[in-house]
Design a protein. Sequence first.
Length: 476
Amino acid sequence: MGIRFLRERERTIIGLIAGVMGVVVIVIGAFTWLYIDAAGLPRTPQAWVELAAIGVGALLAVALLGRCVRKRMLSMSALREAVLASENAKVAAAELELSDRFGREAIAWNALLGRLDAGARRDPAGAAAGKVAAAGDGRMAATVCSALWQGVLVVGPSLDIRYANSAAAMLLGVDLDTLDAKPLNEILDVSPLANESGDSGLRRGTMELDRTVGEASTHLRVSVRDGKGSDAQIVVIEDITQLHAAEEARANFIAHATHELRTPLTNMRLYAETALGDDCDEAMLGTCLNVINQEVRRLERVVSDMLSVSEMEAGALSIQEGEARLDQLFEELRLEFDQQARDKGVNLSFTLPAKLPVVRGDRDKLLQAYHNVLGNAIKYTPNGGTVTLSADWDENGMNVSVRDTGVGISEADRQKIFERFYRTDDVRASGAQGTGLGLTLAKEIMLGHEGGIDVDSEPGKGSVFTMYIPGGRLVA
């Protein structure tokens, strides 16, 4: 602590003690004078000498007490100022030390500063924590790092691990207790980030790698940063498996969506050229117009699916309340898919009750959901197979089921088929094209009508998709 400050504080304490001593002497003298008057004692020279002796004794006692109090008050005051000064991270530990003349408290304070300073030098994580470490609280930095979902490693110039949080141990698939002082290269291949000049440590940068721990495969992003004011480096590990999968799914979606858009456009152009040809008769013209109409509707559905996905991602997939006549919906589906099923050699049938209810909901969205599920069934059913759409209803609700004898769906795929952009890797379904959005939209639409969609399937034996709407939305 500064000499000037201590001298000023010492003068203040001495002045305070002197004032107290003066007050004590005055009080003792006044009390003695009053006692002599009350007792009627003669004011002889001997009495005055005795009175002076009493005053001097009292003064000496007060002076001795003041000396003890002065030393203790000065010690406590200096310790208090040192503690308050430690809040400033820019104050070095040496500036906080106290002189040994302040007693045992100062000696203990200086010993504590020495231990904290030595701990900060041994703990690079604490040193990298800025103000927290400067204040001597490296444990707080470790607590903060342990709460992060990213893995954090602190490595020295020789790539020995000096600190690791629990997230790093989990992402690397190792026990946290085994990471202390362990070489980083033994658990993580960071050779792409090695210094090209041959210097120790790692160069600043980022790399990505695939890592398998047990049966789980993860995609990790590893970033290296330099520790400020230290020879240590910070290695941050992030699990970007979901992000990587989403980017891959989006890339596949763009490829499939491009194909879905290009195919109808190509067919429309070819049939339009045929219709405009000189040798096109009325029968051929009718065929061309019919094909162009079908391809336009197909193109419209692809665009509609894309717009619906955009609404879903924005959280704004809206359901326009109205009334939808199911008999008309199913008739539209029959007219649209009947020729497509015949061309593929699939037997398409509708098993419907004599009377169907009116549904309170969005007619276009319901048609889109039923269309997507029925279209998938025909798409994944081979030549000679059967696809059946059936419906049944009562006061509790209505079920619409689409049953096919197609390739079926494995248990692993059943958990993912309703995810956007997902497409199966099953070789039996590899020839079918699509955007991977049909079932996702069907599920969202049914949920928007307070219903849902279930699937029951077995590979090689076909699938059954059941879409249901609660009775509260049925109008008899």
